[in-house]
Write a protein of this length. Structure first.
Length: 313
């Protein structure tokens, strides 16, 4: 039986890549020595599997006039031009829900490590300072603090539940107020002013680009902490770096960066930030579930059935 043909935009999760190449006839775009020639030869293909930071823009869609489905690996679709897809009647899918719990676990771990400075205290011990310099300096408790969640979606709600189990109070800001049991703030700066920890878990894209700027960090203040598990583009990274260097905020926990995997080297020297290499959903179980959903959406579409997780522009 002839396999359905797809395009794969970039190298991705190993197990998912194996499935895609076994279950479909795949054109691997990132390996093409001549991209224009590869696209010309793939002009009849109806499905595309997308990974990572490569752009799926109007130009690429125009080069694939028969394209019907873009199946994205991950929740964030800021690298896909949703308006261009809608205009061309191309369905876009992502992989929500299967990573909610894992990302929320990471968000709380990052919060705990940022306030309690556990990585720094381990480094202190490994450097042999405990016998010579005495106990590690006191840090900050989570209990009783207010976490302001910037983006109370499904992952945000899972983070809120975990934070409450640590004795934290919750408030939030979304573009529109929702039916949630937490106080609502009308904008990001107000949320930051009312919070001890500002948790960033918004989508990426133009609508949230550098939403966390100097105004928001000023509102957070010298006793406040920033934690970002959303997209690096949501935070003005160079402003954040300056505020950390000058102790204008107490600290930051970052899992995402504006130009990852490149991270400004100045962050490495700071004692008041904790840095993770974009690992929020990086477990064997979660990445498999994400890949299974990406592949399922492709199979459903080729079978003429509704996809499971369509996105509307």
């Amino acid at each position: 039986m002839k396999k359905n043909e797809i395009i794969i935009t970039a190298q991705g999760h190993k197990g998912t890549m194996e499935r895609l190449q076994n279950e479909f006839s795949a054109v691997k775009l990132w390996e093409a020595p001549d991209l224009d020639a590869a696209l010309k030869g793939a002009a009849h293909i109806r499905g595309l599997a997308h990974f990572g930071h490569s752009k799926v823009d109007a130009k690429l869609m125009d080069a694939l006039p028969k394209l019907e489905l873009i199946s994205n690996f991950g929740v964030g679709v800021d690298q896909i031009d949703l308006e261009a897809a809608k205009k061309r009647k191309i369905i876009v899918t992502n992989t929500p829900d299967v990573l909610n719990e894992c990302v929320a676990d990471c968000a709380l771990a990052l919060t705990l490590n940022t306030l309690r400075k556990f990585p720094q205290s381990e480094s202190f011990l490994r450097s042999g300072y405990w016998p010579t310099k005495g106990p590690y300096p006191l840090t900050t408790s989570l209990g009783g603090k207010t976490m302001g969640i910037l983006g109370l979606g499904r992952i945000g709600e899972a983070i809120a539940k975990r934070a409450q189990s640590f004795g934290m109070k919750i408030r939030y800001h979304n573009r529109t107020k929702k039916n949630a049991p937490y106080p609502y703030d009308a904008d990001a700066a107000t949320l930051a002013k009312n919070s001890d920890v500002l948790m960033v878990i918004t989508p990426g894209g133009a609508g949230t680009y550098r939403m966390v700027n100097a105004k928001v960090l000023d509102a957070l203040g010298p006793q406040g902490f920033l934690v970002n598990v959303a997209r690096g583009s949501v935070v003005d990274e160079l402003v954040l770096l300056k505020y950390l260097q000058e102790k204008k905020i107490a600290g930051a926990g970052l899992d995402v960066y504006e130009h990852e995997p490149k991270v400004p080297a100045e962050f490495y020297a700071l004692d008041n930030c904790v840095l993770f290499p974009h690992v929020a959903s990086a477990t064997v179980e979660t990445r498999k579930a994400m890949g299974d959903l990406q592949v399922e959406n492709l199979h459903l579409h080729f079978a003429g059935k509704p996809v499971r997780t369509p996105i509307s522009a």
